[in-house]
Design a protein around this ligand. Structure first.
Ligand code: ZN
Ligand code: ZN
Length: 237
């Protein structure tokens, strides 16, 4: 694995800024990979052996993803929305898994580790570089309950929602009266009041050479501010 400083520099660049979360995330990922025996997680032969679960959508998560090379699109990165500064590193070959939690004590100890730094964020950043892993983290050996439909690779299971007709992959459907239903149709969804709309330039495609950007004002019948019409263009159900 590359050095801490190199990983931190790269990670901050990919994330957009250098912050205490980058230091914690890079160190968390380095420790996690070491514990499960993957020293070069981004290398071809190791990338397929690694699954990472992140439990927060904050700065630290980006650093963990960067260092490990785990990606949502490869299904090697799982986002568990727990609001906890923790990540689990699983070696698929050996089933060894460790959950690493960032300690609250580390936050309190920042001023003891970098007393000369006045700015709070800069002090945390410096202190998190100096602390031992055992101060910065707690580590749990865990067993990950992995379903085959959670693994990277081709889709193993697809059903059609019996209400809206949407295809649901990877057994994320629920069953009601024996019929498959997608999560939005059960009302267990992050959105509500869904209504199909038409939008300006809906006939545009990149294949149309010399196509001008859609003119929002030119569309007939469009709402004057957004150009979006609220009349349903498709009626499902
Ligand atoms: Zn950040
Ligand atoms: Zn549905």
């Amino acid at each position: 694995m590359q050095s801490f400083e190199t990983l931190l520099r790269e990670s901050a660049q990919a994330h957009g800024h250098l912050c205490p979360g980058q230091v914690v995330g890079v160190r968390m990922a380095m420790l996690g990979c070491r514990l499960i025996g993957l020293d070069e997680p981004r290398r071809r032969d190791q990338i397929k052996r690694l699954l990472v679960y992140v439990e927060m959508d904050r700065c630290t998560a980006d650093a963990v993803a960067h260092v490990t090379g785990a990606k949502l699109g490869r299904r090697s990165l799982k986002f568990m929305d727990y609001g906890i500064m923790a990540a689990t590193f699983l070696n698929l070959e050996t089933s060894r898994a460790f959950r690493i939690l960032s300690t609250e004590e580390a936050r309190d100890l920042a001023s003891a580790y970098a007393p000369e730094v006045m700015d709070k964020s800069a002090r945390q950043l410096e202190a998190y570089k100096r602390m031992a892993d055992g101060v910065l983290f707690r580590v749990q050996r865990v067993r990950v309950n992995l379903h085959e439909c959670d693994l990277p690779g081709p889709t193993l299971h697809k059903v059609v929602c019996s209400i809206c007709g949407q295809v649901v992959r990877d057994r994320r459907e629920v069953y009601r009266d024996g019929k498959p239903i997608c999560r939005p149709c059960t009302q267990d969804s992050y959105f509500s009041h869904a209504r199909e709309v038409s939008w300006p330039g809906m006939n545009w495609s990149p294949a149309l050479e010399n196509a001008n950007a859609p003119d929002l004002q030119a569309e007939k019948g469009a709402n004057s501010s957004t150009g979006i019409t609220d009349e349903p263009v498709l009626s499902r159900n």
